[in-house]
Design a protein around this ligand. Sequence first.
Ligand code: ADP
Length: 791
Amino acid sequence: MISRIKKDFRLTRLWPWIEKSPPRRLAFAVVMALAAAAFQWMVYPLSQGRITFIFFVPAIVLVTSIAGRWPGALVAAVGLVNIMLMKSPGKMLIFNSGEQVTLLSSALVSVMIILVGDYYRSISRRELSDLHELHELSAALASIPRLPDQLNLILSTFARMHSAHQGIISIYDLARDRLSVAASRGLSPRTLDEIRERRGGEGVCGLVCVDKVRVIIEDTHLDPRVSDSRASLRREGVRAVHSTPLIALDGSVIGALTVHMREPHRPTEREIRIADICARKAAVFIERARAEERVSERDRRFESVLSSSGVPFVVLSPVRDAAGKITDFRWGFLNTAAARVMKCRPVEFLGRKVTDTLPRAWHDRARFDLYVEALEKNEVRETERQSEADGNQSWYHVVASPLDGDLAVWFADITQRKLQERALIEADRRKDEFLATLAHELRNPLAPIRQAATIARNENATDAQKRWSNNVIERQVQHMSLLLDDLLDVSRITHGTLQLRKQQTDLQSIVSAAVETARPLIDERKHQLILELPDDLQLNCDPLRLAQVLSNLLANAAKYTNPQGRIRVQAQHEEGELTIAVEDNGIGIAQADLSLVFGMFAQVRSAQDLAAGGLGIGLALAKGIVELHGGRIEAQSSGIGQGSRFTVRLPNAVVARQSLPAAGAALNGSGAPNKRILLADDNRDAAESLAIILRLEGHDVELAHDGNSALRSFAARRPDVALLDIGMPKTNGYEVARMIRAAPEGADVLLIAITGWAQDADKAESRAAGFDHHLTKPIEPEKLIELLNQS
Ligand code: ADP
């Protein structure tokens, strides 16, 4: 117990306790005086009456410094009375001179001790109270949130400690070179307005901000540095100014802390010290507020960028169980785009658990695990996911990245890209399928051709067998060239280079031409063909191309209808629109496939049509040609096994009959006179077989097998027509044509190019070389004969 009391007892705690109340101070003085007197009397006999005051000296020091000068004086008075009692007991006041000296010197020592002790006491008390005030200021500042209030408190505390009635904290904006007032005390609005007008270097505050040192104006009436602001200082009744710079951490001056006094005054060291402390505090708070402002401005900008971003973005905070395992997430932030995807308003979700707002969210465990992994490994994770919100319609690229213990998640809509990817994969698949089909389709005719050629070569073959094999070869070559024509046309349509050669033609002849082409297939499969066409309908169209469309539709109808089916072609003209429908009672098309059949390389395979062959480009080509005519093509079917109907609609195709002869009429021309023909081709078989055909027509044919011999033959024989292969050795067909045209006798010659190159660019080049016509190999002899007859 005693040891505890000892432990708790501290002299340093006793002093403030004594100091706090006057009775305690008096009591302390009395106790100390009595103690000193007691010691004095104790040593009195030992010193033989010589030591009469010595114990009062420490008592006076102690009492004065702790309790003040009056209690100190009390102890001194007791000490002096004690001297008198000791020196002249019973006589009082009757001293000899020695005793008087002792009394007087003791009194003098007492007064000096009291004065010095009191002085130091007041200094230490002031310091204590300064410390106390500054401590109170720090504590109060910590609880004030706003900068203006903080600066006001600093200013008022400093002004009070400086015994000033006016003061100001000004902030200097270096960029604008202007002062602003952050806090003020006791100054009139007019003076404050004047300060706001000041630049660096003007007035006391301006001077501090520019010179970056403390400015002390001891007397405003005398100091030349305030000559420009003397009027306002006089008006405010200011006689002295003390201004301290507010210095930022980087050493720059951000403002000034200034106090004004009503009397001329030079700040004490203590005041300067306090000014420095308060200025430091003000600078710290200003800088902190600026930093916070910068951070919140950055946050605001960041948030507004995120909010206005079209990319959905959310911040998720993990929800953990007692063991620290992540069980769910909470919405910390959602931008507008994310809210739109989630079909909510951000406020509805903020702070709530994901499972409470989107109960199905974690059905996709993989996504949850990905988020958890990103958080726990503190690494960015990415994935592509389908959105459940709209029934897996949309795709998102999800990026989850850890953010100060939370998770920032972006999910960019990549639906479009995914669809394109799928379309590309599908197109690639179709292309592969097409190439396989193409190889198959091109190889198909080769077997009968080879066999027919073998039969024709056999010496034992009868004439009938040879004729049959010739027919086979002709048919198969025809089939192959149709395929190749289709391919070239498709390429022209996709590149937008297919040119229509429109002319007036009657519908009947177009349909007849189409039927003619499809006839072998229709007959082969023993279909019934019904034509329901209006009489004498004149069209303005490209007759060959339109016939190509119809023959494609007829060939499809024949292919995709079981043998002995029925194919009907109906045409009618109503309200300016011509519709031509090709209908069959074949295998039909499933509803879902109707829109696909017009796609390039599109083949809607059923068990039956697999056997039918084809490249899957016929309908794409038909669609392209019809659209070039300004029309459209539609497919209809009630489903599998229900037959199909393809309708071509051509607005404004029908025209009134003109007196001009129909284009078809020219095809029938014959009986032209025989021609002298130069035929040049390095492929001898091709040249000779064509020569035979032409000679059978009654023409006079001369053969050449390279460019040079062709030129020689031309010079010698002066033919009417030159049929030139382009890819000949030595001098190619273009060069031969140019040289023929360059010769005076070559101007009127009919030049026909016969070549495997069939692109428009090739045709343009042959035209430029001087050719009149460009025929693609394998040429159709009938077409060539027609050309010769027309010339
Ligand atoms: P293909 O060379 O395969 O015939 P098309 O472009 O002409 O190419 O036709 C595309 C697909 O449309 C065919 O593979 C077939 O599945 C379907 N189709 C076209 N015409 C008919 C029809 N008359 N009846 C049923 N299906 C058809």
